[in-house]
Design a protein around this ligand. Sequence first.
Ligand code: DGT
Ligand code: CA
Ligand code: CA
Ligand code: ZN
Length: 626
Amino acid sequence: MPFNQRLADELARMASCMELLGVDAFRVRAHQRAARAIESDPTDLRELIDRSANEAAAKAALRAIEGVGDKIADKALEFARDGAIAEARQLAGEVPAGLLALLEVPGLGPKTLRALWQGIGVTDAASLKRAIHDGTILTVPRMGNKAVDKIRHALMIVEESAGRLRLGPAWAVAARIVEHMRRQVGVVEAQFAGSLRRGRESVGDIDVLIAARTPEDAEGAHGAFVAMPGVTAVLASGKTRSSVRVAIEPDPRWEPPTGGDGSGGGPGPGAGAAAVPSVQADLRTVPPESWGAALMYFTGSKDHNVQLRGLAQLRGLTLNEYGLFPDEPGPDKPPQQRGVRAIAARTEGEVYAALGLPELPPELREGRGELGLAAAPGLVREENIRAELHAHTTASDGWLSVVGLAERARLRGFHTVAVTDHSRSSTIARGLDAARLRAHVRAVHEARSQVSGITILAGSEVDILADGSLDYDDDLLGLLDVVVASPHASLDQPPAVATARLLRAIEHPRVRVLGHPTGRLVLRRAGLEPAMGELFAAAREHGVALEINAHWMRLDLRDTHARAAAEAGCLIAINCDVHAPEDFDNLRFGVMTARRAWIGPGPVVNTWPAERLHAWLRSGRPGAIT
Ligand code: DGT
Ligand code: CA
Ligand code: CA
Ligand code: ZN
């Protein structure tokens, strides 16, 4: 970056810090004005300073610039000499780093941030989000609902441009990389780790770990990594650590190729990469004997790792990515470099066992209490799922016929599939009016004779209208085997209105599943923010299952909400919201989200045997399922 730009940025940052700290406006403006002047000055000030006979001459030349006064000229000289301005560092030290980062959010100026910091203690994005969520932000002067909405939206855009990638596309890329690495000579283990392995809804990058038989094999594998198909830029290329950017294939249904909002990964650096959405992938190689310890380390989360190391210390041990070692604190070298033999390192199970822990599934490794588990919890697994209760056909916006849908579901080993096309208000999704719904129910009944070995239920995904009423009247709903009620529009309602709306839907006697309860979209839309506790209590009381929509764009309920729902004793439905045949493959993301919520098969209605599931669906409405 040119000198002028760097200096201007430093001065502008100083001005921002001063504003956050409430320094007088005159000094703030002087720094801002100087930053603008220096940024747009055609002369390279570095050269100008170097060319000057002495410091006094340099200072005079600087002062000749309109907007640069005596003090600023001194600072420019200091910056040229030291590469930094001491006062800038001091100012930055007085402001929380997270607050400075928030300055980058469009629409969040220093004045607003100062009010948020001083008024309600906002110091970073997380505390700002909390203040928005619990409404304390509204106690700050001049903060109305409109302003808060703007901030909320801006925060989301920033997260998106921070280059996080949604779970589904990340998984596809990572699976391809791992497959590629497994094919290389001498590669005995290959696995992706990091947030992806933990099943987080979005990932910052893809961390791939391999074990190679020899250093030569490792070198060859890294060569194959940086040269693999899809690499758009090589960021680092080494014998045990490499980093690249890999192209991601946008899903045309969610990421329109021309100008859609939210292309997932940020554009890659470097010439020519800008147009291709890509994600960073890191490859690390470890010797096979420390595979388990390394996999644990790079799977994280950071919090989980920190807690594990603490536990190791309590037991007089040292844990790092090379293994679990008897703690013999040496002068300065880690145990593996002093020839200390690891107690456990080869497998994750061994390392956990040596720490007195069950082998914790990656989805639990978030530092949320999992180290207190005495035994590995029986979390729900993909193969436990035997029914799909949320699927669309060509009658509305799906790509499959009723028969085609049923056959795919049966091939996956499901005993039940519910046809739940959209209701009339979802006009974009070709929602069914009363007449079409009646005809569709008949068509579903007829399809039953064409596919055996699976129960095809006639249902609907009925819109929950803005006031909480349902999109069909009770007579129509009475024709259906299953009603999934979902919010699709008016997703920016205030929390209290959203709560009342969803409660009304839950209380409706025909509703069995609350579909994607908040309507949020990962990295794109916040969705409704109802009082979850009230929702969960009502869902439990009325025996309504809360959906974890398995599509990676939704994952709604999200992991934290799902955990609270399960703890509140709610039933859970994990549904693929099938539109196209490949949507069944999203099941893994829904299941991972449930596992992140500590959910076992018990409360998940899709795991129940047919008779139990059908009886639950019939409850309150006798005689429906034939
Ligand atoms: P991401 O990529 O932002 O979605 O999140 P992660 O969890 O994949 O984080 P990442 O990629 O920075 O690092 C991968 C794992 O490596 C992380 O989960 C734990 C481990 N790790 C990285 N840096 C540190 C560290 O400074 N301390 C510890 N204990 N573990 C670390
Ligand atoms: Ca990562
Ligand atoms: Ca990483
Ligand atoms: Zn829906």
